[in-house]
Ligand binder design. Structure first.
Ligand code: FAD
Length: 309
């Protein structure tokens, strides 16, 4: 029987691994489909404390991996397919390699995947002007027009935030009104730097040949007409999908699939099961906040294990 199993090898999972390993809990980490997590999919990270000159996302996660292994955290490269959680434990995890693991406590740090449109040109220009995170990448694009695709609260928030850097922000939306909350819409539309391209569906991110973003080709849903919006960056803000399918029916999730935890904390509705990072957090979605929650989860797991020893 394991003491603590950490599901996910991102900022949340590695921080939980470092803390539980240093507390001599002999943690086992299951790294899942993206060892290192979302940050391995980006280039420069300029807002993680401790790196005055910034750091590559991949290098940051490699340092976290080494730090966790220095304290003897064990790692299995497998995916958790399903779980059976009992209040107070033991909990059983079924892996895609056929293994079953029994454990007294679990820390879930499975993250959330940004939703993309699925266009080939979008994929090819990721990290070359195409991003899903304005807080992370907005500062790289100064004094150029920026397109934001979406019509919900996060699109309004990203667009408003990006006006700090952009010469103007064009929100590209497929309908003739936003589904975002009234206050967010008002704030965005009152901003003189924000324009809206209504009834517009993205057709192609330009320009693959130049290997950087120069514009967005959109189709008018009513007329079928094509037009090109010139811009230096495109932020896709159409939501995230929390990676929590393996926990459905076993743990409390909200209507969008995010794990529900106690107020400001990391405890789930199942005693001995903790959750941290982007699988819980729909607001901040940053490596440092995920790491902070990973620390909280490790300390709470340690206290929980002490209480049943
Ligand atoms: C393009 C981009 C740029 C970004 N830039 C920045 C930045 O500059 N600064 C910043 O602070 N943040 C940035 N972020 C956000 C940051 O990456 C996330 O906030 C952070 O990675 C969240 O960490 P996490 O540990 O919660 O989840 P993740 O990093 O998503 O890690 C999730 C882990 O869970 C594993 N997993 C998933 N499902 C399973 C399963 N069923 N079984 C086992 N394992 C599983 C995955 O393999 C992965 O290892 C960026 C994000 C993106 C997409």
């Amino acid at each position: 029987m394991e003491n603590v199993v950490i599901i996910g090898a991102g900022a949340a999972g590695y921080t939980a691994a470092i803390y539980t390993a240093r507390a001599r809990l002999n943690p086992l980490m299951i790294s899942g489909p993206i060892p290192g997590g979302q940050l391995t999919q980006t280039t420069d990270v300029e807002n993680f404390p401790g790196f005055a000159d910034g750091v590559l996302g991949f290098d940051l996660m490699e340092e976290m991996r080494k730090q966790a292994s220095r304290f003897d955290c064990r790692t299995t490269s497998a995916v958790v397919e399903s779980v059976s959680f009992q209040p107070g434990g033991p909990h059983v995890l079924k892996l895609d390699n056929g293994d079953e693991i029994e454990t007294r406590s679990v820390i879930i740090g499975t993250g959330a995947i940004p939703r993309w449109l699925g266009l080939e040109s979008e994929e090819k220009l990721k990290n070359k002007g195409v991003s899903s995170c304005a807080t992370c990448d907005g500062a790289f694009f100064r004094d150029v027009p920026i397109c934001v695709i979406g019509g919900g609260d996060s699109a309004m928030e990203e667009a408003t935030f990006l006006t700090k850097f952009a010469s103007k922000v064009i929100i590209v939306h497929r309908r003739d009104q936003f589904r975002a909350s009234k206050i967010m819409v008002e704030r965005a539309l009152e901003n003189p730097k924000i324009e809206v391209s209504w009834n517009s569906v993205p057709v192609e991110f330009l320009d693959i040949e130049q290997d950087r973003v120069t514009g967005l080709s959109v189709r008018d849903v009513n007329t079928g007409d094509l037009k090109t919006i010139e811009c230096g960056a495109i932020f896709v803000a159409i939501g995230h999908i929390p990676s929590t399918q393996a926990f459905e029916g076993q743990i409390k999730l909200d209507e969008d699939g995010y794990i529900v935890v106690d107020d400001g904390g990391v405890r789930t509705n199942i005693t001995g099961v903790f959750a941290a990072g982007d699988c819980v957090d729909r607001v901040y979605r940053q490596a440092i906040t995920a790491a902070g929650m990973g620390c909280q989860a490790a300390i709470d797991a340690e206290r929980w294990l002490e209480s049943i020893a």
